[in-house]
Design a protein around this ligand. Structure first.
Ligand SMILES: [Ca+2]
Ligand SMILES: [Ca+2]
Length: 245
C-alpha cells in the first residue's frame, strides 16, 4: 500500500517533466543594424534594416548563421518563417537563397542548395538541369529529396514573399505566401543538435537577395537519463519519509 502511494506520487511528476522540452526562440527584424548571436560570411551584410545575403554582382557566395539556441541539445522539431526579396536581376537573375538547419558547428557561406549538413530548404531561381528555374528544394545531408517547381509567383519578381517551414521528427512542410508547397517525411531522419544558417549565390546571372523578419523556434528532445534519475530520487525520498513514520 505504501509502495503504491509512493508510485502514485512519483509517476505523475516524472510524466510531467518528460513532457517539458527545452525551447529556443529567435526573432530578428535586422532593424538595429547588427544581429545578436549571429555571424555573417562573405559579402553578406545587414543594411537598410534587412539582411542582404548577396548584392547583384557576379560569382558571390554569402551566408549568415545564428548560434545554437539549445546548448547542444538534440532538436526534435523546429519552425522557421521569414520574408525574402530577390530583385536587381541581371542576365536572367540567379541563383537563389537557402535556409539550413545544419549540424552543430557546420556553418558558413552556402549556395541556394544550402549546406550539405542536416536539413536544407532551397529557393532556387536558376535552372541547372533541374525541374525549372523557379523551384523549392529539400536536402538532407546534401541528398536531394524534393524539387518542387513553382508555377507562380516568380521567386525573383522583386516582391517580398513570406515562407514558413516546419519540421517535426523528419516531417518537413514548406509554404510560400500562405500556400502549401510540399510536405515530405525524411526517411532515416534522426534528431541532431544544430543551428540555422542562411545562404545565397550568384554566378554569371545575378540578383540582389535579401531576407527580413526571421522567426524561429526549436524544441529539444527531453533527456531521459536525467528524468529517470530524478524519478528515482523522488522514489527514494518518498520511501525514506514513509519508513521514518
Ligand atoms: Ca527589417
Ligand atoms: Ca538552380
Amino acid at each position: 500500500m505504501k509502495k503504491l502511494r509512493t508510485l502514485l506520487i512519483a509517476l505523475p511528476l516524472t510524466a510531467l517533466l518528460s513532457n517539458t522540452a527545452f525551447a529556443g526562440l529567435i526573432s530578428e527584424d535586422f532593424n538595429s543594424g547588427s544581429v545578436n548571436g549571429a555571424t555573417l560570411y562573405g559579402p553578406s551584410v545587414v543594411v537598410n534594416n534587412e539582411l542582404q545575403l548577396t548584392s547583384s554582382n557576379p560569382s558571390l557566395l554569402g551566408g549568415m548563421s545564428f548560434s545554437d539556441q539549445d546548448n547542444g541539445q538534440l532538436i526534435k522539431s523546429w519552425g522557421a518563417d521569414f520574408d525574402f526579396r530577390i530583385d536587381g536581376n541581371s542576365n536572367g537573375g540567379a541563383d537563389g537563397i537557402s535556409l539550413t538547419y545544419s549540424r552543430l558547428g557546420e556553418v558558413g557561406v552556402a549556395s541556394e542548395e544550402g549546406l550539405f549538413s542536416g536539413l536544407a530548404i532551397g529557393f532556387d531561381t536558376w535552372n541547372n538541369d533541374e525541374t525549372s528555374g523557379n523551384h523549392i528544394s529539400l536536402r538532407y545531408d546534401g541528398v536531394l529529396l524534393v524539387e518542387q517547381h513553382i508555377s507562380a509567383p516568380s521567386l525573383q519578381d522583386g516582391v517580398v514573399h513570406n515562407t514558413a517551414i516546419t519540421m517535426d521528427e523528419g516531417l518537413v512542410s514548406v509554404s510560400l505566401d500562405g500556400t502549401s508547397i510540399f510536405t515530405h517525411q525524411v526517411a532515416n531522419w534522426s534528431a541532431y543538435s544544430g543551428q540555422f544558417n542562411f545562404g545565397a549565390r550568384t554566378g554569371w546571372a545575378m540578383s540582389r537577395q535579401v531576407v527580413d523578419n526571421f522567426n524561429a523556434n526549436t524544441v529539444a528532445v527531453p533527456e531521459p537519463s536525467m528524468l529517470a534519475l530524478f524519478g528515482l530520487a523522488l522514489f527514494g525520498l518518498a520511501r525514506r519519509k514513509t519508513i521514518k513514520k
